[in-house]
Design a protein around this ligand. Sequence first.
Ligand code: UD1
Ligand code: UDP
Length: 356
Amino acid sequence: MKILTVVGARPQFIKAAVVSRILRQSAEEVLVHTGQHYDYNMSDIFFEELNIPKPDYNLGISGGSHGSMTGKMLMAIEEVLLKETPDKLLVYGDTNSTLAAALAAVKLNIPVYHVEAGNRLGTLANPEEINRVCTDHVSSVLMACTESAMQFLAKENLADRACLVGDPMYDAFLYYGARITDKDRNALVSLDDKSVERPQKFYYLTCHRQENTDTDWKLEEILSAVNSLDYPTVYPVHPRNQKRAARICAEKNLTNVLLVKPVGYLTSISLVNDAEKIVTDSGGLQREAFFAGKQCVTVFDHVVWPETMVDNRNQLAKPNGNEIMRKLAMAQSIDHSYQPFGDGHAGEKICELLQK
Ligand code: UD1
Ligand code: UDP
């Protein structure tokens, strides 16, 4: 069995780390990196830390508009598929790399296996929603993380192709979370390359969504809100909005926000585990906060992971300082027996489906 896997962005490297480790015990895997994320700390660091095999191909395609990036990837992936003639294509999540690979494969009659299928916001105004809806509809096997995703797939008449496998991000959290060292905990670097000491107590912020970072005012509201908290906020900034974040913090004198370069996965999980609370717009971070039993406020208009939205554990907020602060202050109760993201063995289930 020959499986061709396409990845391109940070969260996909983490999921591929979980699955590749198991898949390669019984199948041949060809790994294609589209190049969508390319900085050392957005790409290589994940391959090194998580022992992901070196990609067989790096297509070097990044940046530009959504259409041009997706189109270039589609053309380049088609060439690789024609050369490698895999039995199946494996893709993760909802990035432009996911959609490009799915379209290239289905047009060559190669079955598409989609991990993290079925999540829905209910609006095509979000670029990731377009990617996940289109990918799901051209896939042969839809591997869902949660019951709610299974229900969305059923509503779109896709139930006969859908399978509940659990969330490989939960597998990763358990597996790599047990391997964090002090070196990982103390790996913060400022935007101008100086080592940054991690505060004893801190909040953890990530914010990179196009919706929150493509204009000043939303990011300004979010940064001003966390700046007023009782402990500093550690904010590893995605390259897309580093300049904007640095300028806003300087102009508004937001000295309680520690802007640092993006960190590796082990450092990120250590920040999740040790933070007081979490503010994010990341799909991955809001689940990790849930896995770690940390209170989270998600600055976004739509629920992406409904299972996390219980007992105030994860609450949506508009990019509005008062709302963010009010929701962070709300009491939270945690039922540790509630685990809707599987049993930590999603990777095995994905590989079993691929082998069938
Ligand atoms: C993409 C995904 C998003 C995911 C995120 C993970 C899509 C539509 N979106 O968004 O779902 O949450 O990845 O982090 O695919 N850049 C760099 N260096 C890098 C990577 C990006 O400088 O290593 C800059 C480039 O200028 C690029 C911009 O960041 O134009 C945005 O990157 P892009 O890959 O288009 O989207 P993300 O915001 O990363
Ligand atoms: N993450 C990381 N370094 C960072 C910020 C995030 O390793 O500087 C991890 C985070 O712990 C989570 C994943 O990246 O596992 C989430 O990726 P991202 O927020 O980029 O994408 P999303 O999940 O929103 O698609």
